[in-house]
Design a binder for this molecule. Structure first.
Ligand SMILES: Cc1cc2nc3c(=O)[nH]c(=O)nc-3n(C[C@H](O)[C@H](O)[C@H](O)COP(=O)(O)O)c2cc1C
Length: 397
């Protein structure tokens, strides 16, 4: 949900300001672009150097960047750049000024210029939070559509115990994810995605693998998260990284992938099998490295258990989506697979198309549904292809 979004983090002068570094790390890990505005007071608590380094962007505090050269920081542009603003921690002072339209700091002027959603996470001492003025100010902000991330009950910096503690960074991120997902078509849907190759061990150093990079499956998992769904990504060996919002289970072999799919299958609403699972595996894995020899050698293979067939035979309400990658008679084989594996639809990609299939950042697909309706798509980036597949899947919910 946060991947690729522009987040303006506003940090104010609370003792909890140090927690903003953890918030930035979590936002960046989730794939967000983060710009930080600090109030003058907040710099007493945490340094711009820390927040600038973590956010990978210069921290802004003042209207004027270079007065001699007449260069200023454009609060209007920044307000428009942001997909949402997060004020965390938000002091009683800043909350009061936001509620009353004051614009005597760069943070406040940017807030007034912005049209995006604004999240406010108050942090203050018990009595400041309980004060009627603070309550009224928060009420005013909420009434105008700002979203308040309520502080927690707990030990406060003053030594008092009560409400006013900044929500923990993980709680703030979870709140954002949930709030941003609201209204998205895949909210509440758990979707299993498999991706990448499998490696079938021959001996401790060698394996039988294939050329799958995992890019297509990873893009599908990200697209699910963007539409508010909960992807569970079972990934074969690949160096690809996935964002924090994706639950990822790493496996090596076809057998391990099958076991993990069986584990989660009853709990998911759909499965997209994008992994290139080995069809054969050595009958015996040698315990010791096979020694080099001049004579011929052969490895006896046995078929692996067909994961998609297993899922097709055991499915209840789940929507099953398969992939077909063929070098000949592609469409015909894809149609057969669609029926034999009891799939809702199948995504066919041909290795003969330029720029499509393994390793590439692009793919060209054909979707065939149960009524044999065939939809051809242009060559597109794997992210765009993933969106097309998810758009098709959404029809089945
Ligand atoms: C040690 C210390 C801790 C503070 N902690 C908080 C706090 O958690 N919440 C708060 O509203 N104000 C707190 N204040 C007061 C603010 O720093 C003060 O109101 C300041 O003007 C806020 O400015 P700003 O909203 O522009 O950042 C604290 C002050 C000090 C000296």
């Amino acid at each position: 949900m946060l991947r690729g979004s522009n987040v303006l983090l506003c940090v104010t002068g609370s003792i909890a300001a140090y927690k903003s570094s953890f918030i930035i790390r979590l936002l960046v890990k989730a794939g967000a672009n983060v710009q930080v505005i600090m109030t003058q007071a907040s710099k007493e608590f945490v340094t711009p150097l820390t927040l600038g380094t973590l956010s990978k962007n210069p921290v802004l505090t003042d209207f004027v960047k270079n007065s001699d050269a007449g260069v200023w920081n454009n609060h209007v542009d920044l307000g428009l750049w942001a997909d949402f603003i997060l004020v965390a921690p938000a002091t009683a002072n800043t909350i009061a000024k936001m509620a009353h339209g004051e614009a005597d700091s760069f943070l406040l002027a940017t807030y007034l210029s912005a049209k995006c959603p604004v999240y406010v996470a108050p942090a203050m001492d018990l009595d400041m939070y309980q004060h009627a003025s603070t309550k009224d100010n928060l009420f005013l902000l909420e009434e105008r559509g700002n979203i308040i991330i309520k502080p927690k009950y707990g030990e406060l910096a003053s030594g008092l115990v009560g409400e006013g503690r900044l929500a923990e960074p993980e709680e703030i991120l979870a709140f954002l994810e949930l709030s941003l997902a609201a209204g998205k078509p895949l909210v509440g849907k758990k979707i299993l995605v498999t991706a990448g190759p499998t490696h079938e061990s021959i001996d401790p150093v060698r394996f039988i693998g294939n050329r799958s990079s995992g890019k297509m499956g990873f893009a599908i998992a990200e697209a699910i998260a963007e539409q508010g769904g909960e992807p569970i990504l079972i990934a074969g060996p690949t160096s690809l990284e996935s964002s924090a919002e994706i639950k990822r289970i790493n496996v090596e072999s076809a057998n391990e992938m099958l076991a993990e799919c069986k584990n989660v299958f009853s709990d998911v609403d759909a499965v997209i099998m994008a992994a290139a699972v080995a069809d054969f595996t050595p009958i015996q894995k040698q315990i010791q490295k096979i020694k080099k020899a001049d004579s011929k050698m052969s490895i006896a293979l046995k078929p692996t258990e067909d994961i998609l067939l297993y899922l097709g035979n055991h499915k209840k309400e789940q929507v099953l989506v398969g992939f077909a990658m063929e070098t000949e008679n592609g469409l015909e084989n894809a149609k057969k697979k669609l029926k034999s594996k009891n799939l809702a639809f199948i995504v066919y990609n041909s290795l003969n198309e330029k720029g499509a299939g393994f390793q590439h950042d692009t793919n060209k697909i054909v979707i065939i549904d149960q009524h044999n309706k065939i939809t051809n798509f242009e060559l597109k980036s794997k992210q765009e292809v993933a969106n097309d597949i998810i758009d098709e899947l959404i029809k089945y919910f």
